[in-house]
Design a protein around this ligand. Structure first.
Ligand code: MLT
Length: 265
């Protein structure tokens, strides 16, 4: 059963999806989605584990802050959510932007991690061309709303096969449930995020790197670089999935995650 909690901390108010009981696992969502994207994994939480998925500020049912956050602000929010839930340490990971937040949280609070999950993400910061694309996305969302962001991102978020399936409608709904402010704020955080390559190279914890075979936003080559850099990492490539591998191939993703968690105990 998935429980919905509202957690108020010194950082703000956050909606958290919570399932299972046991060793905690914090799952951080992608841009521009919400914790809802983790429902397939929460529904399949393995015995002995507790999956916790918060809406980052400005997404889902967590209100946006007054000013655009940085990745570090999102990480500070999550630290406060862990405190409020009395979770001292957890396996912590995220997909895409969720991975960028994972790096930021690790820089702030390495002692809270038992292992890391880096899904469809990368360690590098945006390139100058990437930042130009972010500026265009910011203009788009302000001029034409979140539906236009969904139109422009869907072809890149999903593999060709998934684009014709039910998952495309689910992803569109999740994107369109967000506010212009929340999405625009996140664009700021994405384009100003630091390079995390050195942090990855210094990691001594178990790391699961997982990527959709057909991910075009953070392709498997990005994941292979992360695996070469992180000493205790393992790579899982999810066949037939694009960037949102956990939604496109939920069973394969959930199994890879569960196997990793068990093996890293
Ligand atoms: C995401 O899925 O979180 C974003 O596509 C990440 C990005 O654009 O860098």
């Amino acid at each position: 059963m998935i429980v919905e909690r509202t957690v108020t901390t010194g950082q703000g108010t956050f909606r958290v999806l919570d399932a299972g009981a046991g060793w905690p696992v914090l799952l951080i969502h992608a841009f521009p989605l919400s914790a809802e994207m983790w429902r397939p994994q929460l529904e399949a939480v393995p015995q002995g584990w507790r999956y916790v998925a918060p809406d980052l500020r400005g997404f889902g049912r967590s209100p946006a802050g007054r000013r655009p956050p940085t990745m570090d602000d999102y990480a500070a929010d999550l630290e406060s959510v862990l405190d409020a839930l009395e979770i001292e340490t957890a396996a912590i990971g995220g997909l895409s932007m969720g991975g960028y937040v994972t790096f930021a949280l690790h820089r702030r609070a390495a002692d809270r991690f038992t292992s890391l999950v880096l899904a469809d993400t990368k360690a590098e910061a945006d390139t100058p061309e990437g930042r130009e694309g972010r500026k265009r996305m910011s203009e788009l969302v302000n001029a034409r709303g979140v539906g236009a962001v969904a139109d422009s991102m869907l072809p890149k978020l999903l593999s060709e096969r998934s684009r014709s399936g039910d998952v495309a409608g689910v992803v569109r709904e999740l994107i369109e449930a967000n506010s212009v402010t929340g999405v625009d704020h996140a664009i700021h955080a994405l384009m100003t995020r630091p390079d995390s390559s050195a942090d990855l190279a210094a990691l001594r914890l178990p790391v699961l790197v997982i990527v959709g075979e057909d991910d075009v936003i953070t392709p498997p080559a990005d994941s292979e670089r992360m695996v070469r850099a992180a000493e205790r990492s393992q790579l899982v490539v999810v066949p037939g999935a694009g960037h949102l591998s956990n939604l496109e191939a939920p069973a394969a993703f959930s199994t890879a995650l569960a196997n990793f968690l068990t093996s890293s105990l």
